[in-house]
Design a protein around this ligand. Structure first.
Ligand code: DGY
Length: 332
């Protein structure tokens, strides 16, 4: 009997095909995520789950699915999964690192440039018919060349973003991370600093850290007060790293110049949220990995993780490899 798996959304064909060849696949085809009760019901007698960042995979779900041996997340981030609970229950967890690094770094740079040069505000100005003449004092944004970039979380995506801005715009790079990144120091002349120094010295701050207890709410009113009034904040990581209400006030009161966000808290953001009324914020609908190559590779890796986890092979991208001894016992 092929193993039963639940796939919580239609992902690129290249991944679905692989899964279909080896599994009895239950595919959620609705464009919106499965409601909680439906997710719990569908996963009940599954050995595998392919989840999205919009699915909460917690202890309750795992207890409802006693045969579950693998959860494969179609994302590099896995804050939607209680990994400790999975490890405790002998469930392997996979993610999709590496393949969306360039796409996400490109989006961080796009948001940074667009926010610094007030691009979306200018676009709306044009659309609304307010553009009457060339304005010597209008639409003045921030310069980029030679400025200081602060990277929060100097992992793969942080490095790729810093490399683009260092090589393309000669930016000096500061970073805040619990780990030292000697590669970034060597290649980009990056300097590891504490959080307050990064806030005080950076002209641009780009967030690339995981969401966990240590980063939730990291950017709050106090942090914004320490930033330059000309600073631009970019977040392509996870919404709850920023206290959104504090960001709104900081933007409104001119504590910082602008923000470019690919992620919000919650997602989707309420279209009536006052943050969206501000001219100096750009909000994209969590699309940093949305390129053909990235999404196809994410689908492939997610499928490979799922199949490996079902067959008792090491997951190609394994979030909790420490689960292995306990997970192996599930196959005997
Ligand atoms: C991820 O992979 O974690 C991104 O947020 C979505 O691609």
């Amino acid at each position: 009997m092929p193993p039963k798996v639940f796939v919580t959304r239609v992902i690129p064909e290249v991944g679905l095909k692989k899964i279909q060849e080896h599994c009895e696949m239950d595919l959620w085809t609705d464009p919106l995520p499965p409601p909680r009760d439906e997710l719990l019901r569908r996963v009940e007698d599954c050995q595998g789950l392919l989840s999205l960042l919009t699915d909460t995979v917690d202890a309750e779900l795992m207890d409802r699915a006693p045969k579950l041996v693998v959860v494969s997340n179609f994302a590099v981030g896995f804050n939607n999964i209680d990994v400790a609970a999975a490890t405790q229950r002998g469930i392997a967890v996979g993610n999709t690192p590496g393949v969306l690094t360039d796409a996400t770094a490109d989006m961080a740079v796009t948001l940074l440039l667009a926010a610094a040069r007030r691009l979306v505000e200018g676009h709306h100005y044009t659309l609304s018919g307010k553009w009457k003449t060339w304005e010597p004092l209008g639409h003045i944004g921030q310069d980029l060349v030679g400025r200081t970039l602060g990277i929060v979380g100097m992992g793969r995506i942080g490095f790729a973003t810093a490399r683009r801005l260092h090589r393309g715009w000669d930016m000096q790079v500061l970073y805040y991370d619990i780990h030292r990144n000697e590669h970034a120091e060597r290649e980009l002349g990056a300097r590891q600093v504490d959080f307050d120094t990064l806030l005080a010295e950076s002209d641009f701050v780009s967030i690339h850290t995981n969401l966990d207890d240590s980063t939730r709410g990291l950017f709050d009113a106090e942090a914004f007060r320490k930033m330059k009034p000309t600073a631009v904040l970019v977040n392509t990581a996870r919404g709850p790293i920023v206290v959104q209400e504090d960001l709104r006030q900081a933007l409104e009161q001119g504590e910082i110049f602008a923000a470019g966000l690919d992620v919000t808290d919650p997602e989707p953001i309420d279209p009536n949220d006052p943050l969206l009324k501000l001219p100096n914020v750009i909000v994209a609908p969590h699309i940093a990995s949305a390129t053909v190559r990235s999404r196809n590779r994410m689908a492939e890796i997610a499928a490979e993780n799922l199949l490996a986890g079902l067959e008792g092979r090491p997951l190609p991208a394994w979030v909790n490899p420490e689960v292995e001894p306990q997970w192996r016992k599930r196959f005997s």
